[in-house]
Write a protein that binds this ligand. Structure first.
Ligand code: 5CU
Length: 395
């Protein structure tokens, strides 16, 4: 039987945002200043002249639908790609959030029409494209605007949560001003998708900084910087007691929780030995890993198996001190692709941008990783590939 495939980590920029990015002369922006003459998306803080080659796969719904058909993806939950609205002033962020959410709704509607003409899934066309909405999280925005936006997202038929970065209103996610946001998201049962953008700080890219002197492209910031940012942002939420006050909050963490799962016992030990925090939380920090949801964008079976085990032992640290159960970890993991990032590259290093035929390695690797976790049953794999998402998002 074909396994249902639901992609919870799939990005787009709306056409309106693309126009805005094309009009800018500083990052984030889309420019044509590169030596190969292609349009480049420059978003990471450290990329000044370069960027990644962009094409319609970043904004055109036909391209996303073709990609889904080609990879047998039944349902995608698309989200705006980084850096979202972080760089806008308060007024623009509030207006843009409203416009982007309307555009995302329209994107899903257009996808439905395209799916009506296409074959390849047992899922009804109108159920195959969903989106995370965007919140007006930028400096100077009043928190009430963010809360109102959550209500609007809840009322929108195709939106099933919201994506957010690690900056919040400019001071990070442990900012006490964000308390009403966590409260409202928990009350509405909306999934918040936490995604990195900033990596490890601007000095990492200096010649004597963490990324070194050799030109390694985006490898170090993406492979290492992103996961550490995610780990730090999630840890700050935990240490601020957000999950003690809002145990119903549903937080989906990108890239399988980044560096947090593997560092969680170290975190617990540091907390236990620090007089500032040792008595602050209701539980051992490892308990809260069992309250989170994770994508399965880890590219390797051993990593997925390890993350599920680490999540599954969370209940050892809970109120009932039950024994570890890997099934609880598996139930919290969700297939994702990160499309349209990580497109296939040719032997000469050029990137294939507007393809309608290629099978993407970044996708097949993530499917194969799930399929080849040796200790998981077929039912476990079904769950991670799609059924967990059906239940988390009520698809
Ligand atoms: O290639 C990249 O820079 C990225 C990015 O910025 N965001 C993302 O989700 N994946 C890859």
């Amino acid at each position: 039987m074909k396994k249902l495939l639901v992609d919870v980590h799939s990005h787009i920029y709306t056409a309106r945002l693309v126009s805005l990015l094309r009009s800018r002369s500083v990052n984030p922006r889309i420019h044509r200043e590169s030596s190969d003459g292609t349009e480049k998306l420059a978003i990471l803080p450290q990329e000044v002249a370069g960027g990644r080659t962009v094409g319609p796969q970043y904004w055109d719904v036909r391209n996303k639908v073709s990609f889904m058909q080609r990879h047998a993806i039944d349902v995608s939950i698309v989200s705006l790609a980084n850096p979202w609205l972080d760089w806008m002033d308060a007024k623009q962020a509030v207006t843009s959030a409203r416009e982007c959410n309307a555009d995302l709704e329209e994107y899903c509607h257009q996808a439905t029409q395209l799916f009506e003409d296409a074959k390849g899934s047992s899922i009804q066309p109108e159920r195959r494209m969903r989106a995370f909405g965007i919140l007006p999280l930028a400096e100077g925005v009043e928190v009430d605007e963010v809360v109102k936006c959550l209500d609007a997202i809840k009322a929108a038929p195709s939106l099933c949560g919201a994506i957010l970065g690690s900056r919040g209103l400019g001071r990070g996610l442990d900012d006490p001003r964000l308390e009403p946001v966590w409260e409202k998201a928990a009350e509405l049962g909306l999934v918040l998708f936490l995604h990195p953008h900033y990596g490890l700080g601007s000095d990492a890219s200096q010649p004597d900084g963490l990324w070194g002197q050799q030109d390694n492209g985006h490898v170090l910031p993406l492979a290492l910087g992103f996961p550490f940012e995610t780990a730090a942002a999630t840890t700050r939420l935990i240490l601020a007691g957000v999950f003690d006050r809002h145990p119903q909050l549903r937080l989906l963490v990108a890239h399988s929780g980044g560096a947090l799962p593997i560092l969680s016992s170290r975190l617990a030990s540091c907390v236990a030995h620090d007089p500032h925090v040792c008595n602050r939380l209701e539980h051992d920090p490892r308990y809260y890993l069992g309250k989170l949801y994770y994508d399965a964008v880890a590219y390797g079976p051993e990593e997925l198996e390890g993350v599920a085990k680490i999540i599954g032992r969370a209940q050892r640290y809970g109120p009932r001190a039950a024994s570890a159960d890997v099934k609880l970890g598996i139930a919290r993991m969700h297939f994702g692709t990160d499309h349209p990032f990580f497109p296939p590259t040719r032997h000469d290093g050029t990137v294939i941008t507007d393809d309608q035929t290629e099978i993407w390695r970044s996708v097949s690797e993530n499917v194969e990783a799930i399929d080849s976790v040796s200790s998981w049953s077929d039912a476990d794999k079904h769950a991670v590939l799609g059924l967990n998402a059906v239940s988390l998002f009520g698809l």
